[in-house]
Design a protein around this ligand. Structure first.
Ligand code: PLP
Length: 296
């Protein structure tokens, strides 16, 4: 069985014409062969949306939540609505075709398509995951970086697409290079008016006393699927959960902090801007074991 699988969607959105009239809804093709036109707006402008989904023991996790978010991102970008029935089928088929393993991942991409054509381009790619056991156990160092937007940017300036999972991730990669220049592994974005937001590919979650929190929704940050599952896990351990607007100084006072995301799962934060902090080894290990073994 292959280590990577690619399925191209024939009609990613119900609103658009098929790419190949009468062909099946999606078809597997060779992941090592180029498939996308150089005129595709996803390639030339980063104009499109994506999702990255964890697969644990052959089960795509938080699939409904990911598909909901995919549709919401499409709406934010004024893209045609994805046909979620077909996307779900393609995701499940790609996972099924992949060589079995404990942890894998699936990426769904829908672009605005070739300029002037009016049909989105869509594909599903699945592969085995890298080994994240070291970062999960030992933790990561982060730096706080100004995102340059106020915490209410989603309401004041929706055209900036904050809170949508768009393909334009060059900034999200640039900040990791800035983190590396400062000797750190990852980043926590802070709004221009001084509130903690999210990582470039993760949500911020922290524990204070008997409760687990995350920065509130509506802050131009992603509605994290892993964060939602971390709250579920915390509740199984009798902890309260909630959202709150907080400053970096308040974050630094919490008992434990994690950057949580699909695929890497919960990475404990062991240093912020060069200041060491404790990590909760037992809780983190139990949380990651729970996340990696979810039924769905
Ligand atoms: N925030 C951003 C900007 C992200 O890109 C991601 C995931 O890639 C997340 C948060 C975490 O989302 P999830 O837990 O659904 O992977």
């Amino acid at each position: 069985m292959p280590h990577e699988v690619l399925a191209l969607l024939n009609r990613p959105s119900l609103d658009a014409a098929e790419h190949q009239p009468g062909a099946p809804a999606f078809a597997f093709t060779d992941a090592a062969t180029p498939q996308v036109s150089v005129l595709d707006l996803g390639v030339s402008r980063g104009d499109g949306i994506f999702e990255t989904i964890s697969v644990g023991h052959g089960r795509p996790q938080a699939l409904d939540h990911h598909l909901r978010r995919f549709a919401r991102s499409a709406a934010t970008l004024d893209l045609p609505q994805p046909d979620l029935v077909v996307w779900r089928q393609a995701i499940l088929a790609a996972v099924e075709a992949l060589q079995p393993g404990a942890e894998a991942w699936v990426k769904t991409v829908m672009t605005r398509g070739v300029e002037g054509d009016g049909r989105p381009t869509g594909w599903v790619y699945a592969a085995q995951s890298a080994d994240f056991s070291r970062v999960r156990a030992e933790g990561i160092s982060v730096v706080l970086l100004d995102r340059g937007y106020r915490h209410d940017v989603e309401q004041t300036s929706p055209w900036l697409l904050q809170g949508a999972k768009s393909l334009s991730y060059a900034v999200n990669r640039a900040v990791l290079r800035e983190a590396a220049r400062r000797g750190a592994d990852d980043v926590v974005f802070v709004s221009s008016d001084g509130f903690v937001l999210e990582g470039p590919t993760s949500s911020v979650v922290y524990r204070r006393g008997d409760a687990v929190y995350s920065p509130g929704t509506g802050l131009g940050i992603l509605d994290g699927t892993t964060q939602a599952n971390v709250f579920r896990y915390a509740e199984t351990r009798g902890l309260a959960t909630g959202f709150e607007l907080l400053t970096p100084a308040q974050l630094a006072e919490s008992d434990a902090i994690w950057l949580v995301s699909s695929v890497r799962l919960a990475a404990p934060v062991r240093q912020i801007d060069g200041v060491e902090r404790p990590i909760d080894v037992e809780f983190t290990a139990a949380l990651n074991a729970w996340l990696a073994n979810l039924e769905e």
